[in-house]
Ligand binder design. Sequence first.
Ligand code: UT7
Length: 318
Amino acid sequence: MTLRAVVRGVGHYLPDRVVPNAEFEARIETSDEWIRSRTGIERRHFVAEGQTTADIAARAARAALADAGMGVADIDALIVATSTPDFTFPSAATMVQAELGMEQGFAFDVQAVCAGFIFALTNADGLIRSGQAKRVLVIGAETFSRLMDWEDRTTSVLFGDGAGALVLEAVEGKRGILAGDLHSDGRYRDLLYVDGGTSTGKTGVLRMQGKEVFRHAVEKLAATAHAALDKAGLTAEDVDWIVPHQANLRIISATAQRMGVPMDKVVVTVQDHGNTSAASIPLALSVGKQRGQIKEGDVVVTEAIGGGLAWGSVVIRW
Ligand code: UT7
């Protein structure tokens, strides 16, 4: 028997404020029609003033713990995937740890932008397989509304805020994380970045060469998903669900097509959430489970690409 990181619970949190595409029409030269047809996005959620990344991460964590039937005392490690921590340090993860009242174990952030949840899951899998932790809370949480240049129509309409979380537990058997495949290539750092940080003294705003990122996404996502499936000893025919990073419906469908998986096996939430970066995959996993799409025993392939560029895929037997 093999020790694996099995998904025991999943949950999410979306801020109350829903922003439909129409709200942008009044501010910048864009249209609901353009946003829908080019991206698939219809609305997104934005945090309220004063609502932090740690707050929404903690809410998603509580939902995942409730789904797992566990309490915070059962968790030995907490990882937050985020590019929008509330402070440079301490980590968002230690802030969530305190907010949850978790006094044991350890917590840290993973920063791989939109691929952050894939990198965090792979880290959690390593902690579990090496015996460092038995139960790990893995959270993706973002407040990208705080990184937008509201005058830039090529980026401001794309992103949203939200958080999702999984509880993983070390269990012997066939379920759990089967394989992962990670990549990054810093030569492409100028394609998608925030023009601020400690070197500038300002938080900065997101800048993206969308067309170029699109091209890399279509080329790299199917390849990494195939590589992860290969490592798991599976093929695209074994896939029950693709749960992709939700950036653009055209990227999602092009990737599914390249993988030879029909769209009725793809969990799509981009219309309701926009691009929530590292939160998008756990949000989609949670919504997919709520909709009755993802069931125990299903082979689920997650894949994502984002700033860095960083990209990868994780295969889970749910
Ligand atoms: O999550 C991290 C990874 N990020 C991504 O995966 C995003 C990848 N990129 C994309 O999703 C797409 O490239 C975008 C949605 C960002 C853009 O779609 P596109 O089909 O690549 O459009 P484009 O950049 O080629 O722009 C086409 C036209 C341009 O006008 P001209 O130059 O043809 O006159 C843009 O200025 O659309 C214009 N445009 C807009 N028009 C109305 C760009 N943004 C808007 C807008 N509303 N919001």
